[in-house]
Write a protein that binds this ligand. Structure first.
Ligand code: CU
Length: 427
């Protein structure tokens, strides 16, 4: 190994640290009816909804684009760009046919615009700097006024210096409820924005030049274990709306414990005749996928991007293959130079978050957080569906209590013998 490779390993080692008690606060408030047909209000886990006031027949809202401090996970706070104090910006929730006046104030150090991604509106309201409007200069407030003619799930983001502004966190969701809803009513409705960031260990500013080496993957700009769980009841119909404004990566979002159907995209509703069951929904960059399912099994069910590097936190990728290697000699020789050094990648890294290694300031453990049985070795774009018999009594911080005999565990010798299984023999 050369010096550079050793340094990379050192960064890997530094990226693992003691699990902290970082259970996210839940969003378990009972669902509220807001829209026609008894449709539920959308919950944006770790986020909020934009306040709109009625002025005459128009709903009026105000987005302020500015720099903000944002905690991606405990221990990792960045200088992000967002709207109204957050990234993603607040979810805009309206009903089909609503007319809106949306004021956009620019407090960034450079111009910006807002594009209403997927919304069909007059061309001059589309927010593309240079093409459909002048850029909004720092200090200016622009007015966008249009009618949401179609129901659906859309997004908003800048169309000026896109690479930088989106990389720094400028994005948000738009939910337009149908005026006359079809199909079964949902009991829970969640909106999540998938995103990815490159944050060099110790740095506070995400690197907008990243093209493929993103090291923090988020739902609503939170990396697990900071992602709030989605709390829901057994037998409930649940809708999850996932947008993806990551700079470069598509995310196959996989659901445990349920079978779901794609019902909408940012282009409109999927006809019922075209729906089919899935457990993984690919959410390409610049799109929204909406899926629905009915829960049948109580438990703590994972929902995560299935790209394995997207459920890691702040890991380095440029290190040699260590699977099968005996690194004890390397560790002994490097430890005097790098205190606490451990070579990674040999025997599974699932316990790294427990190891209590020193790490750079402003960085997070490579892996997830404490679980009810052991540490959870996924981080990043990962959250938990907490399916409960009594969801409204759940604050989201507790773990599922499994009925006796329903957890995989060490096989008893008598059972092995009775079933004729000899662990020393294959097949
Ligand atoms: Cu992913």
């Amino acid at each position: 190994m050369n010096r550079r490779e050793l340094m990379q390993l050192g960064v890997m080692a530094g990226g693992a640290l003691a699990a902290r008690d970082v259970l996210a606060k839940a969003v378990a408030a009972p669902p509220v009816v807001v829209a026609p047909g008894g449709q539920r209000a959308v919950v944006t886990p770790n986020g909020s909804t934009l306040p709109l006031k009625q002025v005459g027949g128009v709903k009026v809202g105000h987005l302020v684009a500015h720099e903000l401090e944002h905690e991606l996970a405990p221990g990792l706070t960045i200088k992000a760009w967002g709207y109204n104090g957050s990234t993603p910006g607040p979810t805009i929730e309206v009903t089909e046919g609503d007319r809106v006046r949306l004021y956009v104030t620019n407090r960034l150090p450079e111009p910006t615009t807002v594009h209403w991604h997927g919304v069909i509106l007059p061309n001059g309201m589309d927010g593309v700097s240079g093409l459909t409007q002048k850029p909004i200069a720092p200090g200016q407030t622009f007015l966008y006024e249009f009618t949401f003619k179609s129901a659906g799930t859309f997004m908003y983001h800048p169309h000026y210096d896109e690479m930088t502004q989106m990389a720094l966190g400028m994005n948000g969701m738009i939910v337009v409820h149908p005026r006359a809803p079809k199909g079964p009513r949902v009991d829970r409705d969640f909106a999540l924005m998938a995103h990815e960031w490159l944050i060099h260990p110790g740095a506070a500013r995400p690197d907008p030049n990243a093209m493929g080496d993103f090291n923090v993957l988020t739902f609503n700009s939170k990396a697990y274990p900071a992602t709030a769980p989605l709390v829901m009841g057994v037998g409930e119909r649940v809708r999850v709306r996932i947008g993806n404004l990551s700079p470069m990566d598509h995310h196959p979002i996989h659901l445990h414990g349920v079978s779901a159907e794609l019902t909408w995209t940012d282009g409109g509703e999927v006809p019922p005749s075209a729906r089919h069951p899935e457990t993984t929904f690919l959410v390409p960059v610049g799109s929204v996928r909406v899926f629905e399912f009915v829960t049948t099994e109580p438990g703590d069910w994972a929902m995560h991007c299935h790209m394995t590097h997207h459920v890691m936190n702040q890991m380095g990728h440029g290190f040699p293959v260590m699977v099968g290697a005996d690194a004890r000699r390397i560790d002994r020789r490097v430890q005097p130079l790098v205190p606490g050094y451990m070579t990674m990648g040999q025997d599974g890294m699932g316990a790294m978050s427990e190891m209590g290694m020193k790490m750079p300031l402003n960085s997070i453990p490579m892996l997830g957080g404490p679980g009810p049985f052991a540490s959870i070795d996924m981080g990043g774009m990962f959250t938990v569906l907490k399916v409960r018999a009594r969801p409204d009594q759940e604050d989201g911080t507790g773990w599922y209590q499994h009925p006796r005999g329903t957890v995989a565990e060490l096989a008893p010798a008598e059972r092995l013998a009775a079933d004729g299984i000899d662990p020393a023999r294959q097949g």
